[in-house]
Unconditional design. Sequence first.
Length: 465
Amino acid sequence: MPKNPANLHRTSSTGSAATAPPREVWSVSRLNLEVRALIDSGLGHVWIEGEISNFAHPRSGHMYFSLKDSNCQVRCAMFRGQNSRLQFTPANGQQVLLRGRAGLYAERGEFQIVADYMEEGGVGALRRAFDALKTRLSEEGLFDAERKQALPQFVRQVGILSSSTGAALHDILTTLKRRYPALPVIVYPVPVQGTQAPPAIIRALDVAQQRRECDVLIIARGGGSLEDLWAFNDEAVARAIAACAIPIVAGIGHEVDYTIADFAADLRAATPTAAAEAVSPDSDTLRLRVNALRHRTVRNTNQALAQHRRAIDAVRRRLKHPATRVQELTQRSDLLMLRLQRALETRMAAMRSKHAQLASAIERHHPAARLANLRLRSSQARKRLDQAMHHSLLARTAQLDSVRRTLRSVGPGATLARGYAVAMDSASGAILRNATDTKAGTKITVQLATGELLCTVDAAREGPR
């Protein structure tokens, strides 16, 4: 390595120089290797915690990233053989705790940590537990909007669950005093951090519900890390908040902080101050509203009075002197009497006309008149029947005579009278038309114009007709 400059001989005033030892010039590679050796022997393996950034995971399988805190960062590498045993997937922004060997990457002259073990840091584990609990309670329906209660329009008394010495309580009280000094406040002091906080918060909620002295409750604390706010990520606290019969406003941490209690509460405020503003009316706004209501009431009252005055004046104008009123009523009574008399006369005339019509109808429908009418109609009908029967008899007689004459001219009697006869089988009565219809020895009857002959056939002989 270079010698201390203090030990070098300087040039004299005469220009001559003393004899100097030869310079030992190192290469960059030698320097880096020497530094790496010093670091390896001086530090060795170290445990380090920080946040991952610049994470890279190339196809080679190795991991390269930086580990940083609020002030500094260091390059890290974790080779494939070691990172294959990880129980989680590293990502930018994740808090991790790793063990590695401090060294120097000689080719670039970069100080780095070669990690052989890595696990999630405390904040990362808490964040994962937070997400798991939030997902489970959300799927259960604990955060549903239908389960949340509406805040009362006018709060008569507010309860505060917070640390009695914390800045959150001071901010809330200051805001309430500024906005609505007349609003009563009850403080339920509880720890807001540590293992004692969740059961204390649950007990305070039970006390507030038993007393029923507040219209709304505020659960609040100031800002902090995820670990500081972890009491408000407790499952029992979330269920107690969701089951509380009194509406709850959560004002926990800063605007960017979210806890499980925020999701379980009926209203989430960004800060404790915002929670106080959510439950308290602004006195100036109320004063303006009251003044507006007063002006509206006065205006409506004046309008109603004016309307009633106009109605009274109208009634007064309609009122008249009793004598005038009696005269008007008498005149109206006379007019009504005349109208009634005319109506009665018209009614009587109509009834007389109807009576006459009914009397005429009765006369027309009297039994004696109906009987005489029926007798007349019967006599006329008898005459028409006799005439019809006489005409029908004459017509039928003429028709019968015509038929009789026809029968006489074409009937068998006329034929028999001309000398013809009708031969019939005496046994069957059948008319004999051919000689073959009978045989010898058969008895036959011969019908003549007058009388008949009983004969026996000696022989049947067929011949021309």
